[in-house]
Design a protein around this ligand. Structure first.
Ligand code: DQA
Length: 149
């Protein structure tokens, strides 16, 4: 019997496709494509099947989250961008599919504008990483590997 490689989905929300160009003093100079490629490679070295998704549309983001059950996804790493602070619908989708998740933000949302201080996703996240730039995604992946071991 072969044991399937655990599948981890990295979900990025609105405007994260602009990483590298968008407010680089806050979000860094690395593109999302580069981060995603490195996450996939890092996952391979640890025996994790990392698959990445980005959308600027709340409904598409939710539809994708719903697909996780059929796809046997073991974990999400999610940066919902500004939807973090506004979307009860994404919060409900995450709770609905019952896939454990880690919330990641490149910037330290608590050191920024007051409207970024509340996250609708944090209360149900297994952990939250913020303010570590793109390294936060990799720490999250390492944590998942340890947790699945
Ligand atoms: C972000 C922080 C959010 O407040 C912002 O809307 C983003 C990116 C981050 O990664 O730091 O789009 O999630």
């Amino acid at each position: 019997m072969t044991i399937a490689t655990p599948r981890v989905w990295v979900l990025n929300g609105p405007n994260l496709n602009l990483l590298g160009q968008r407010e680089p003093h806050i979000y860094g100079y690395e593109s999302l494509q580069n981060i995603e490629q490195n996450l996939i490679q890092h996952g391979q070295t640890m025996g994790l099947n990392v698959q990445c998704f980005q959308s600027n549309h709340e409904g598409q983001f939710i539809d994708h989250i719903h697909r996780a059950t059929a796809e046997d996804v073991r974990y999400f790493i999610i940066n919902a961008g500004a939807y973090t602070h506004t979307s009860i619908a994404i919060r409900d989708a995450l709770v609905g599919v019952k896939v454990p998740y880690l919330e990641v933000h490149l910037s330290n949302i608590y050191a920024r504008e007051a409207f970024r201080h509340h996250s609708h996703l944090s209360a149900n996240a297994q952990a939250v990483v913020c303010g570590m730039g793109s390294a936060g995604y990799f720490y999250a992946l390492d944590f998942i590997k340890k947790n699945l071991a």
